[in-house]
Design a protein around this ligand. Structure first.
Ligand SMILES: C[S@@+](CC[C@H](N)C(=O)[O-])C[C@H]1O[C@@H](n2cnc3c(N)ncnc32)[C@H](O)[C@@H]1O
Ligand SMILES: *[C@@H]1O[C@H](CO)[C@@H](O)[C@H](O)[C@H]1NC(C)=O
Ligand SMILES: *[C@@H]1O[C@H](CO)[C@@H](O)[C@H](O)[C@H]1NC(C)=O
Length: 259
C-alpha cells in the first residue's frame, strides 16, 4: 500500500475549501482535510488537536485514487459530508478482518467509503450502494473506474428503504457481511432493522454520526435527526441481537456485531 504523504495536491485541496479554509482553519489545514472535514462540527476529538494530526500522519495509508476522489469531493459545496478518511480505512480493515464479500452502503455520496471498501474486497466482492442523488455518483464513478474496482460497486439510485426492501424480497437476508448506515438520520431505525435482517450472523453494522456533533448530550426536541439518533443509541444499548462498541472516532461510530 502506498505510504501517505502530505503533498502539493493536499495543499491544493485546502485551497479549494476557499473562504472556509482561509478564514476558519488557517494553520489547521491538515486536520480538516484528513478528517474529511466532519470535524468542522463540534465532534470529538477536536480538529485542532495535534494528536489527531499525529494519528492521521501515522496511520492513514490512502490509496492514490482515494486521495484524488477526496480532493475532487472537497470541490463540492457539500464536500464536508464526506466520511472521515481514518474512519473509512478502519471500516475497510474491519471488513477485511471478517473476510467480507458483500457490503451494504446506505448513503454513498461520491463514494469515498465505497471505493475504500471495494479496494479491500476480493475481486468477486460487491458493494451494494443506496443513494438518491445520481450527481454525486457521477463524480465518484471515474475514480472507481481508474482504481479498477468499478465492477464491484453497484449503486441503486432510489430511496434506501426501497433498495433494502428489494434486497429482502430477492432473498438476500443474512447474506451481507458488513453494512454502513450513513444517510438521512430520521430513517436510521428502519435502516438498522433492515440491515439486521440483511447481515449474516457475525457480520457488522456500522452506524455513523452517533454523537450528532455532540448534540446527543443535550438533545433538542426540535432536532428530529438528533432525536432519531438518540433513540437508536438507547435501543442498541439494550439490543440483545447484537454486541456493540461505540467508537469515539470522527462524529461517533457504533459497531453492532450481529449475534
Ligand atoms: C453523509 S453522506 C454519505 C457519505 C458517504 N458514506 C461517504 O463515503 O463519503 C449521506 C448521503 O446519503 C444520501 N441520502 C440521503 N437520503 C437518502 C435516502 N433516503 N436514500 C439513499 N440515500 C440518501 C445523500 O444524498 C448523501 O449523499
Ligand atoms: C422548538 O420549536 C418551537 C415551535 O416552532 C419553538 O417555539 C421553540 O422555541 C423551539 N425550541 C428550540 C429549543 O429551538
Ligand atoms: C457478546 O458479548 C458478551 C458479553 O460481553 C460475551 O459474553 C459474548 O461472548 C459475546 N458474543 C460474541 C458472539 O462475541
Amino acid at each position: 500500500m502506498p505510504v501517505f504523504r502530505l503533498s502539493k495536491e493536499v495543499l491544493a485541496g485546502t485551497a479549494v475549501l476557499g473562504a472556509f479554509a482561509a478564514g476558519v482553519i488557517i494553520g489547521k489545514k491538515w486536520a480538516i482535510l484528513h478528517f474529511g472535514t466532519r470535524n468542522m462540527h463540534n465532534t470529538l476529538p477536536k480538529r485542532d488537536d495535534p494528536l489527531i494530526d499525529y494519528v492521521l500522519r501515522h496511520s492513514l495509508r490512502e490509496h492514490p485514487l482515494l486521495k484524488k476522489l477526496r480532493l475532487r469531493t472537497m470541490e463540492e459545496p457539500e464536500g464536508m459530508i464526506m466520511v472521515c478518511c481514518d474512519q473509512a480505512q478502519f471500516m475497510a480493515n474491519l471488513a477485511k478482518l471478517i473476510c467480507a464479500k458483500k457490503v451494504l452502503e446506505i448513503g454513498v455520496f461520491t463514494g469515498y467509503k465505497a471505493l475504500n471498501m471495494a479496494l479491500a474486497l476480493p475481486d468477486d466482492g460487491k458493494v451494494v450502494g443506496c443513494e438518491v442523488n445520481n450527481d454525486y455518483i457521477n463524480i465518484g464513478k471515474p475514480f472507481w473506474k481508474k482504481a479498477g474496482v468499478e465492477h464491484k460497486i453497484d449503486v441503486r439510485i432510489k430511496p434506501a428503504i426501497e433498495t433494502l426492501d428489494e434486497l429482502l424480497v430477492a432473498g438476500e437476508a443474512g447474506t451481507y457481511d458488513f453494512a454502513f448506515i450513513d444517510a438521512d438520520k430520521q430513517s436510521y431505525n428502519e435502516y438498522y432493522e433492515k440491515c439486521l435482517r440483511l447481515v449474516r450472523k457475525g457480520g457488522i453494522i456500522a452506524i455513523d454520526n452517533v454523537f450528532w456533533h455532540r448534540k446527543v448530550l443535550k438533545p433538542d426536541k426540535n432536532d428530529t435527526a438528533c432525536q432519531a439518533i438518540q433513540h437508536l443509541n438507547e435501543k442498541i444499548l439494550r439490543d440483545v441481537r447484537v454486541n456493540i462498541s461505540m467508537i469515539t472516532m470522527a462524529d461517533g461510530v457504533t459497531l453492532a456485531f450481529k449475534l
